[in-house]
Design a protein around this ligand. Structure first.
Ligand code: NCD
Length: 339
């Protein structure tokens, strides 16, 4: 695809060549993200970071990515703190905010809302999550991480086995990731969820059309055996009609070091889009895995900055100018361990 000036709303926009291009630029961002070099290539540019749903890493990492390229960030973090709560339409909000920004990232609870906003925006809009629908930048950073982790184990995305565990019905990170991995060849998907939280059929059909295997189960052990990647998710309780319903599923699948040792191959990679629910009644990914070197969750979050920098560089057409006038950082940057 042509990236310059475009919106990023869905992973459906990408083909494999686009993914390669994004990842190649993400690799080039590493010295900047790791605070070894400084670039000011987006000096003077403004990111409108509009988050109308809770977020920690997506909001901050988009903001950091823009700052690391030299740009400034303006943000709103709640519907009630914005004029949407006074009845303003997405159309009007988009017309206004796009006059103040060079690019906008938006998260909103309604599926399709970011596309509606983008249609009225005068600048590129990136979908930071629209309800249970999609989360394209998360899928890109997940795939980038999967590829690196597998390469270190002499494996590839083509032909891998990935277990997707938890709330596959409402999890937008899962939805976008499934479609993105679908662009590769011969992948086996283990879909571990209670039947009520199964992956919606449209995603299953797309996988079947692309020649992948998808095996659904509600038994965690069956999902874990032989998997290269575990992608664990939180019950998306905010999407359930009632809290009681959400409570029914909390803590259904819990992975801890004992279970990992019993059922997983020793180099199985453990991933999670985060936040993991660490309350005692949930614990889908136990803290006792924190010292397991295959726990890649903080490598995922670190990689998110690289991938988001790459997206901004492509959309604003500075990918080949990032290194111009770059310099070494003058401050102390030691003591930073890899994620
Ligand atoms: C995910 C999201 O918001 O969809 N989080 C994230 O962006 N990393 C997953 C979640 O909230 O469970």
């Amino acid at each position: 695809m042509e990236f310059v000036g475009q919106h990023i709303l869905s992973v459906d926009q990408f083909d494999r060549a686009d993914i390669e291009r994004i990842f190649e630029i993400a690799d080039r961002m590493r010295p900047y993200a790791e605070r070894r070099r400084i670039t000011r290539v987006l000096e003077g540019a403004i990111l409108g970071n509009m988050f109308f749903e809770p977020s920690t890493r997506t909001r901050i990492s988009f903001g950091c990515a823009f700052n690391l390229l030299g740009g400034e960030v303006r943000e709103t973090t709640e519907i009630k703190a914005s004029s949407l709560s006074k009845g303003e339409s997405l159309y009007d909000t988009a017309r206004v905010l796009s006059g103040y920004s060079d690019v906008i990232v938006m998260r909103h609870p309604a599926p399709g809302s970011v596309a509606e906003f983008a249609a009225a925006s005068r600048v590129p809009v990136v979908n930071g999550g629209d309800g249970p629908n999609e989360h394209p930048s998360q899928a890109l950073l997940d795939l980038y991480t999967i590829r690196r982790e597998l390469a270190a184990r002499e494996r590839t995305v083509d032909g891998m086995t990935i277990a997707l565990i938890g709330d596959l019905r409402y999890g937008r990170a899962v939805h976008s990731l499934v479609k993105l991995i679908g662009l590769f060849q011969g992948v086996t998907f283990r879909l571990v969820s209670p039947s009520e939280l199964a992956l919606p059929s449209e995603y299953l059909q797309a996988l079947a059309r692309a020649g992948h295997r998808a095996e659904a189960t509600d038994r965690l052990e069956d999902g874990l055996r032989g998997a290269d990647i575990l992608y664990v998710t939180r019950t998306q309780e905010e999407r359930f009609p009632t809290q009681d319903e959400a409570d029914r599923y909390r803590g259904l699948f819990r992975i801890n070091q004992d279970i990992y040792t019993s059922y997983c191959a020793p180099s199985t990679v453990i991933m999670h889009p985060l936040p993991r629910d660490s309350r005692s009644e949930a614990r889908e990914l136990d803290d006792d895995l924190n010292s397991n070197p295959n726990l890649a969750i903080f490598r995922q979050t670190d990689n998110g900055v690289l991938v988001r920098m790459a997206l901004f560089a492509l959309l604003l057409d500075v990918a080949d100018k990032v290194d111009d006038q770059a310099r070494e950082v003058p401050w102390f940057t030691g003591g930073r361990e890899a994620g």
